[in-house]
Design a protein around this ligand. Structure first.
Ligand code: ACO
Length: 326
């Protein structure tokens, strides 16, 4: 059975955080943040606002352009590194809040690669004919696990969510995928609330996100270039046939370096970093949604989505955009 993506929606908290916010308590500046990351602002959840709330908001946004039932969704996948709690899953909270009865529910942990992993799993469930309509959400409240004393990381992260519906279809709109992980990079990017050992080293856990920015940056550029080429190859296609590239938005300079290396026009690379910061699992659907909303991405455009992040994980997929929400 083939599958297509029929609808998309996004959500972010109302509280807007400009770069100048950090100037009050850190040795940083709006100029440094814009020049080194591309970020102009991000949104932070309130104390009583959680990842599951943003997921519900993204589904409500999705339902504005989806004219069919949501009640027959038979599986919910939430990709997140910032679940409301470990158990119950965010997916089961979403199922309950949206009253989607009898749906299977799981959270997946693949950091910023999570949304693409979710689409790959949804496509697999539909191909196996066990499910017909899968809700895939990438959602984060990274502000709750940000170390605000670390100026090189705290300026990066933002909160948000993006949701899509993957449905069984007579014609195929989701093509070949690839997944990859390099676990040896574990301690370059981690988040834990318990004592942990990474690469045989004991690490003091404080429930904050820690990363070695320079190492992650270099890994991201070389991995993205290599994996995009591999993904094109497994799809028997080349970059000329891709209308829009949608990589995880971690830093505008990563996207610029990748486009330069691939000789791909930067204006056909969709990003969400400038207006939302790094929203991890939510960054790709937010960039996709806004690309459609502002009239750039049109129905039948070929997209290449590629996520990467803590793990270090990487996942990419080629698909055809079927959505029009302008
Ligand atoms: N304001 C001012 N100066 C700063 C700031 C800041 N906010 N942060 C760092 N600096 C300083 C450093 O201290 C350093 O000063 P020094 O030269 O005196 O030592 C200088 O700026 C350069 O530091 P770098 O670390 O080399 O800065 P870089 O240009 O690499 O930018 C950044 C840092 C933004 C973190 C970048 O490395 C990056 O984006 N890395 C990738 C992040 C990423 O992709 N994360 C993956 C996803 S996250 C996830 O999975 C949830």
């Amino acid at each position: 059975m083939s599958s297509i993506i029929t609808s998309i929606g996004i959500c972010h908290p109302a509280k807007e955080i400009k770069n100048s916010y950090f100037e009050d308590f850190l040795d940083t500046s709006d100029q440094w943040i814009r020049e080194r990351t591309g970020i102009e602002r991000r949104f932070f959840a309130l104390e009583n606002e959680f990842t599951s709330d943003l997921c519900v908001g993204a589904v409500q946004s999705l339902s504005e352009n989806y004219n069919k039932e949501l009640g027959d969704i038979d599986f919910v996948i939430v990709a997140t590194t910032t679940p409301d709690q470990t158990v119950p899953s965010v997916a089961s909270q979403v199922q309950n809040k949206l009253n989607i009865k009898q749906a299977g529910c799981i959270d997946i942990s693949a950091a910023c690669g999570g949304f693409v992993y979710g689409i790959i799993l949804a496509k697999g469930l539909i191909a196996a004919k066990t499910h017909r309509k899968v809700l895939v959400i990438g959602a984060e409240t990274l502000s709750k696990v940000t170390d605000f004393s670390d100026r090189s990381s705290c300026i990066l992260f933002g909160d948000g969510a993006g949701a899509v519906i993957v449905e069984a279809s007579e014609h195929n709109g989701i093509f070949n995928a690839l997944t990859d992980t390099d676990g040896s990079y574990g301690k370059e990017l981690y988040l834990s609330n318990r004592a942990l050992y990474l690469n045989d080293e004991k690490i003091v856990a404080d429930n904050k996100l820690h990363q070695n920015g320079r190492v992650v940056f270099k890994w991201a550029v070389s991995t993205l270039v290599k994996k995009i080429r591999e993904l094109l190859s497994v799809n028997n296609t080349d970059l000329q046939d891709i209308d829009f590239l949608i990589p995880h938005s971690a830093n505008i300079r990563i996207l610029e370096a990748v486009c330069k290396e691939l000789d791909f026009p930067i204006d056909r690379c969709m990003e969400s970093i400038r207006q939302y910061g790094n929203t991890s699992a939510a960054s790709i659907p937010i960039a996709w949604y806004n690309g459609i909303k502002n009239g750039k991405i049109k129905p039948k455009d070929n997209l290449l989505l590629i996520g990467f992040g803590g793990g270090m994980t990487c996942a990419g997929i080629c698909l055809r955009n079927e959505i029009d929400i302008r």
